[in-house]
Write a protein that binds this ligand. Structure first.
Ligand SMILES: [Zn+2]
Length: 324
């Protein structure tokens, strides 16, 4: 099994969809985070937004790590902070997938070129801001030479946020050909490596069916999901130190190891490195807890012999194996 760690490396302005300017103070915390990665031989993938890819200090911080061969840099497109701004600045348009193909292409090209000129290489890994990804996004990715996408959150529906519905997707990576982003294709040119979200119970099809029934109108009306979660009949958890403690992340890993998954994908935001920016880490104690979770989790993966690789490398492993 291989581990990838993908970090949305972005501006401080959480949810600032109509902001005119952006700051990137949280990026100064990355060297401390990188120390944890170095200690545990983890090579992370920093997926950067436009404000990060164009700020002199951020570029310098990330370039040092990149030049040491200790990370990968990929693209993370927040349409609300990536020029050109031809759309209305609102929540609906904060989802890249809600913009016309042409405008997606313009924004992603601008960010792609910014990464190229400031870091000196062409990125090949991508995640959409707010998971706002669709077939048109994938068409643009292919045009720009991207090979790996990680914009899918399994078993999760973002419709109420005007985003995509991934509730029927599983955490198993697969090859595909744009624009058919949900169709596994053994010959696919691109690889989808979803953010790892799973159930602590083994039977995923059954869990997913129950989960969808419970989030249906009827289920919501009777608060069934909370009851079942309490009874520990189904527990959905994400492989992310933002919402999951190390104990449950390790439990989830044990499920995946039994299922013989080839790649798992830990995910979080750079804004969680500084208390008060993301919705996940609100206090100084929260910051410490966040770092502890990472240390405990990586101690487990090292001991279990799970190798941590860059996102693009995981894509190559999956392509090479002809994996479905
Ligand atoms: Zn983001």
């Amino acid at each position: 099994m291989h581990l990838v760690v993908t970090i949305d490396t972005e501006e401080d302005n959480w949810g600032g969809y109509s902001d005119a300017t952006f700051s990137v103070e949280n990026i100064k915390r990355i060297p401390a985070l990188q120390e944890i990665f170095n200690e545990h031989n983890v090579i992370p993938t920093y997926l950067v937004t436009y404000p990060v890819a164009t700020n002199r200090e951020s570029i310098e911080i990330l370039r040092v790590i990149l030049q040491d061969g200790k990370c990968e840099i990929g693209m993370h497109c927040h349409p609300w902070s990536t020029p050109p701004f031809e759309e209305d600045r609102n929540t609906h348009n904060s989802m890249l997938c809600n913009l016309p193909l042409e405008l997606q292409h313009k924004k992603m090209s601008v960010l792609h070129e910014a990464i190229k000129s400031n870091f000196g290489f062409s990125a090949t890994s991508f995640r959409a801001g707010r998971w706002g990804y669709n077939g048109n996004t994938a068409i643009v990715l292919e045009k720009l030479g991207y090979r790996v996408d990680t914009s899918i959150t399994p078993f999760t529906d973002w419709s109420e946020y005007q985003g995509p519905d991934f509730s029927k997707m599983s955490p198993v990576p697969y090859r595909f050909n744009p624009p058919e982003i949900f169709t596994r294709n053994q010959e696919g040119e691109m690889t989808e490596i979803p953010a790892t979200i799973g159930y602590l119970q083994g039977n995923y099809e059954l869990c997913n069916l129950i989960d969808r029934l419970l989030t249906s109108q009827l289920g919501r009306r009777f608060h069934l999901k909370g009851l079942l979660n309490k009874a520990r009949l189904i527990n959905k958890v994400g492989l992310s130190p933002e919402a999951t403690d190390s104990h449950n992340m390790i439990k989830l890993m044990n499920v995946f190891m039994r299922k013989k998954y080839e790649v798992v994908n830990m995910f979080f935001h750079s804004t969680s490195l500084q208390a008060g920016l993301s919705v996940f880490v609100k206090t100084k104690e929260g910051e410490i807890q966040f770092f502890n979770r990472l240390n405990e989790y990586f101690a487990f993966t090292s001991k279990a012999g799970i190798k941590a690789v860059k996102l693009s490398e995981a894509g190559k492993i999956l392509q090479g194996a002809g994996n479905s």
